[in-house]
Design a protein around this ligand. Structure first.
Ligand code: F6P
Length: 320
C-alpha cells in the first residue's frame, strides 16, 4: 500500500480533527502518502482531494469541527455517484480509505469495502449510538457541554423555583441525556430506550418541591419526544410548577474536544492506519474496556445498541 485517503462524513463531532491528525501522522510515520478528501463522500465523487503533510494537521488537535469538512452525501448512494467515486479513487491512486463518522458513514465504508477497496471506519459522532464500541469520538465532549449547560440552568432554576427541561441530541440514542443527567444530578432522565410516564415525572417534581427543593432538572433526549413543548406544557399543567424548556441544539456539536476524546481519537486514528497496513479490508475501530479493538464493518453495523440500564437505574435511585 502506498497511499491512504482520509475523510470525515455525517454530523461532525469534537475530536474528528484529532483523529485526522492521528491518521495523517501515523501514515507518514509509516512511510506512506496520505490525502485528505473534502466533504465526506462528496469529495470522492468530485475529486476534491488534497495531499496532506505533517504541517497540514498542525494546530488542529484542540479544535472542534473537522478541517476536512463534512457532508451527508445522497449522491454516493446512487449507482452513478458510486461509480464516479470508484473512478476518482482509481485516478488518485488511493489504495485504502479511513472513514471517520457515524453509522450512515459506515454504510458507505461497507459499500467501498464490498467492491474491494480497503476501508476502515473510525466512530466519530456525538450520539454514542454504535453498539460495537463503548464510546464514539465526540460523545464525551458533547456530554460535558451539556453538563455545563445543566449547571448554568440549575442556577436560574433555583433562583426562580422552576423546573427546567433540557432537550439534548442523540438521535435514537439516549446516552447524552443519560450520562449528562447522571453527572448533573437530574431529577428525571427521559430516553427513547425506556418507557416513561409524565405522571411519574410530575410525581418526582412534586415530591422534590414538598421537601424544599428549589430547582428541578429534567434531561430529555430528542429521540424520546415528538414535541418537547407539549411535554413542558403538560408538566406545568399537572404540577402547577413553572416549567421552562431549553433545546440545546448544535452547541453540543462544537467546542474544543476533551482530553478523553483527543486521546480516543489519537488511539483510533493510529489503529486504523495499522489495520490498513496489515492488509485489513473491512474493519471499524472501537474501544472496549479501554482496549482499542476492531470489528468487521458489516458485523458491527448489525449489532443493536443497548442502553446501560445500570446507569439509568442508578440515576433514578440517586434522584429520589
Ligand atoms: O448524529 C449527530 C446529530 O447531531 C444528532 O444528534 C442530531 O439528531 C443530528 O445529528 C442533527 O443533524 P443536523 O446537523 O443535520 O441538523
Amino acid at each position: 500500500m502506498k497511499k491512504i485517503g482520509v475523510l470525515t462524513s455525517g454530523g461532525d463531532s469534537p475530536g474528528m480533527n484529532a483523529a485526522i491528525r492521528a491518521v495523517v501522522r501515523a501514515t507518514i510515520y509509516n512511510g506512506l502518502d496520505v490525502v485528505g478528501i473534502k466533504r465526506g463522500y462528496e469529495g470522492i465523487i468530485n475529486g476534491d482531494i488534497k495531499d496532506l503533510n505533517l504541517s497540514s494537521v498542525a494546530d488542529i488537535i484542540h479544535r472542534g469541527g473537522t478541517m476536512l469538512k463534512t457532508a451527508r452525501s445522497e449522491a454516493f448512494k446512487t449507482k452513478s455517484g458510486f461509480e464516479k467515486a470508484l473512478n476518482v479513487i482509481k485516478i488518485f491512486g488511493i489504495e485504502g480509505i479511513v472513514v471517520i463518522g457515524g453509522d450512515g458513514s459506515f454504510r458507505g465504508a461497507e459499500k467501498l469495502s464490498q467492491v474491494g477497496i480497503p476501508t476502515i471506519g473510525i466512530p466519530g459522532t456525538i450520539d454514542n449510538d454504535l453498539a460495537y464500541t463503548d464510546y464514539t469520538i465526540g460523545f464525551d465532549t458533547a456530554t460535558n457541554t451539556v453538563l455545563h449547560a445543566v449547571s448554568n440552568i440549575r442556577d436560574t432554576s433555583t433562583s426562580h423555583g422552576r423546573a427546567n427541561i433540557i432537550e439534548v441530541m442523540g438521535r435514537h440514542c439516549g446516552d447524552i441525556a443519560l450520562y449528562a443527567g447522571l453527572a448533573g444530578g437530574a431529577e428525571s432522565i427521559i430516553v427513547p430506550e425506556e418507557k416513561y410516564s409524565i405522571d411519574d415525572v410530575c410525581k418526582r417534581l412534586i415530591q422534590g418541591k414538598n421537601r424544599g427543593k428549589l430547582h428541578s432538572i429534567i434531561l430529555l433526549a430528542e429521540g424520546a419526544a415528538d414535541n418537547s413543548y407539549e411535554i413542558a406544557k403538560e408538566i406545568e399543567e399537572k404540577t402547577g410548577i413553572d416549567v421552562r424548556l431549553t433545546i440545546l441544539g448544535h452547541i453540543q456539536r462544537g467546542g474544543s474536544p476533551t482530553a478523553f476524546d483527543r486521546i480516543l481519537a489519537s488511539r483510533m486514528g493510529a489503529k486504523a492506519v495499522e489495520l490498513l497496513m496489515q492488509g485489513e479490508k473491512s474493519r471499524v475501530v472501537g474501544i472496549k474496556g479501554n482496549e482499542i479493538c476492531d470489528f468487521d464493518i458489516s458485523k458491527a453495523l448489525s449489532l443493536k445498541k443497548e442502553m446501560n440500564k445500570d446507569l439509568y437505574e442508578l440515576a433514578k435511585i440517586l434522584s429520589i
